[in-house]
Design a protein around this ligand. Sequence first.
Ligand code: KG4
Ligand code: ZN
Length: 411
Amino acid sequence: MLPAKVKNLWRLLHCRRVMDFTSLTRKAYHSRLVLGIETSCDDTGAAVLDETGTILGESLYSQNEVHLRTGGIIPTVAQQLHRESIEVVVHEALERSGVTPSQLSAVATTVKPGLALSLGIGLAFSQKFVRKHNILFIPIHHMEAHALTIRMLQPVPFPFLVLLVSGGHSLLAVARGIDDFLLLGYMLDEAPGDTLDKVARRLSLTKHPDCSTLSGGQAIELLARSGDRRKFPFRTPMGRIYDCCFSFAGLRSQITMSIIKKEAEEGIEQGTLLSCVNDIAAGTQHTVAVHLAKRTHRAILFCKENGLLPSDNPILVVSGGVASNQYICKALTVITEKTGLRLLCPPPRFCTDNGVMIAWNGIERLKEGRGILSPSEDVCYEPKAPLGVDISAKVRAAGIRLPPVRMKILS
Ligand code: KG4
Ligand code: ZN
């Protein structure tokens, strides 16, 4: 039996194509420091991690406030902001870590999925950087990075079930390995974070004194704490579709209709804060939480029926920006308690986009010698990129009906 380190080295040597591999592998073998770079949406993030997951240095520039002012992400604006900050952010992360480029084993960068113009900035910068310093390059799938972040914080063995919920995605998958996922369900129209952002914008929550700098999701969570969800009992989407996919567009229409009705009742124009924003926020958050919980419940039952999770200590991981929401996590806890799973969720700062999760994904790949490229290799970004093998048709065909669950969630 070869020791694990030698095996990894062997894999590293055989997965690369060109260049002077001897010096590169020596570096990879001894130091194993990875610089992670994230620019897939509206956060420019960079971080340096060692292979134990210790964060040596980090920097994050959020564009949130700019996009709040313009009423949503304008891709050309996001691109320009990434262009202006990427060098500073990477420099800051390196400086804080006390690591020089020549001490890095690899640079890991998000190349899919995401906004084309944003991805392009991170990729172009990274390719120039790895070529200049002769470092290995590891292209990263943004959703894979969200899924694996928890393993940086605590040991979580494969397989586990993962729910990823963000501004661009909603999916349920079984993680069987660092790059081996079975996709059980995905979003059919818009992502939950996008829905929360749009509802917050329609409610003009940036005009609310407590919410002016918060993302839509954060604003809804904050206001919902003092709202009464029963005043806006929205219908939970897809009640008669027995799969694990998600839909939020219809819910957003329901919410918009209620807002229009309330504006008429209160005699105010769009753009003015309604007196019942807290109640609308509470109704919105509750319905999003219940929809996510129900699809997750079905995914758990499907996994159990098909032996996809270990019978001993099965785990549900939830991550992505929307997983910062405590109410949503509590709704998921109702389901995991009923089904005997353990719910794990990274703290909010690792749920929302950051360079740390990308660096960690790079470490995981470096350790297993998977998807590691020479600096000279050309890589293209991919705005759309599904995660894993899609078995959602099998889930749908199983047509699993959910037993009734009382969604009593205390905020
Ligand atoms: O993962 P992320 O940082 O970026 C994407 O990959 O999309 O997620 C951003 C999304 C935004 O839509 C934001 O409104 C939402 O996450 N979000 C939240 C909360 N914090 C951020 N949604 C609900 N509750 C929160 N506390
Ligand atoms: Zn994300």
